[in-house]
Design a protein. Structure first.
Length: 360
């Protein structure tokens, strides 16, 4: 009698079932093959995923659960077939025929098992691509959310109005708009014309020429270059406690050197992101950030990270220091300068418009 041999060797035991299809050949005691297992996922004996009520195929988690259950069933079936093979009576053609039929059915189930595993891998790949596409679509809105948060921390009302207007016009359909709305509604309800006038008047006085002359103002602008928050991503986050220290002395304008400044430059290129302990909601790229103790008296906000400066920036800094020395530097540490003074009435008009247009 011709029997189906479904294992690579007739003496296969019950341990880990062998994988792969083997040709049919005459043997006295055929051995069933076992499901092809994978450390990532186990295939299933079912044909194709049944559509849900909404007509959608199962997602990868549901399919993975189904596959795991099928793997356990097929493993037990293999063990039972192997025990049955070992117990076949010699020369019993009827028993051998029945065994071969059961083994053939098992082979078909295992083939469906492998196909199901391949289907799971395809589904996972499609889901990964969909997640990447969704994240890319959300990235501009997430970055705007970070800029809005930074503007609120800095009491920069003109920037707040700009980012809220952009969110309203470009990102209303994005998931991040819900978070933007929470911040925007709070600001639109809280801020008054008097608040804007008071903050902008303070900024105007701190940036006046009496605070140290044009070269000192230029030095502040150079040190406080624009550093924008970014959306979260993969990689290590390094948290730093940037804290105020009003007692630090100003630079020695006539004598400070580029080498002295660069020696105190701390970079964060080894980490993906930097976060200030006092502003955990803001995230910055590590490669964009630096800290320099000698420059801290000039930082606009000593509790936030500052933009990484190039060697050319440090060379320009030395030139400005020499000019400050000629102009006559103020004896005390410099007052950090804020953004240029804007028209409070114009900014307030933007807030009023946004308050009317913002969705409730």
């Amino acid at each position: 009698m011709t029997a189906l041999a479904l294992a690579a060797a007739s003496g296969a035991g019950c341990g880990k079932p062998p994988a792969g299809d083997a040709p049919s050949q005459p043997v006295e005691k055929p051995v069933p093959s076992a499901p092809a297992s994978s450390p990532r996922a186990a295939p299933s004996a079912s044909p194709k995923p049944e559509p849900t009520a909404a007509g959608q195929a199962l997602d990868s988690k549901a399919l993975q659960a189904e596959i795991a259950a099928t793997e356990a069933t097929l493993t037990e079936r293999y063990k039972a077939l192997d025990q049955r093979r070992k117990a076949l009576p010699p020369g019993d053609a009827a028993a051998l025929e029945q065994f071969n039929q059961a083994a053939a059915a098992y082979t078909q189930q295992r083939a469906a098992f492998v196909a199901r595993q391949q289907e799971l891998e395809r589904l996972r790949l499609a889901e990964t691509r969909a997640r990447i596409a969704a994240a890319e679509a959300e990235r501009p809105a997430m970055e705007l959310l970070g800029r809005l948060r930074a503007a609120i921390v800095a009491n920069d009302f003109a920037a707040q109005a700009q980012w809220m207007s952009e969110a309203l016009g470009q990102h209303r359909g994005k998931a991040a708009f819900a978070e933007i709305s929470v911040l925007a509604r709070s600001q639109l309800e809280r801020v008054t014309l008097e608040t804007i006038q008071r903050v902008m008047a303070t900024r105007g006085s701190s940036a006046s020429p009496s605070a140290g002359g044009p070269s000192l103002a230029a030095l502040r602008r150079l040190i406080n270059g624009s550093l924008q928050p970014v959306a979260p991503g993969e990689g290590r986050i390094f948290e730093i406690d940037f804290h105020p220290n009003p007692s630090l002395p100003p630079l020695d304008y006539p004598n400070v050197t580029k080498a002295q400044l660069i020696a105190k430059q701390q970079l964060y290129t080894s980490v993906a992101f930097v976060r200030a302990k006092r502003h955990p909601e803001l995230l910055y790229r590590g490669a964009d950030v630096e800290f320099n103790l000698l420059l801290k008296p000039y930082y606009q906000d000593q509790t936030l990270p500052t933009k990484r400066l190039s060697e050319a920036d440090y060379e320009q800094m030395i030139t400005l220091c020499r000019q400050i020395a000629k102009e006559g530097a103020p004896p005390s540490a410099p007052t950090p300068a804020s953004a240029p003074t804007l028209d409070p009435a114009q900014t307030w008009a933007q807030f009023q418009r946004l308050r009317r247009e913002w969705p409730r």
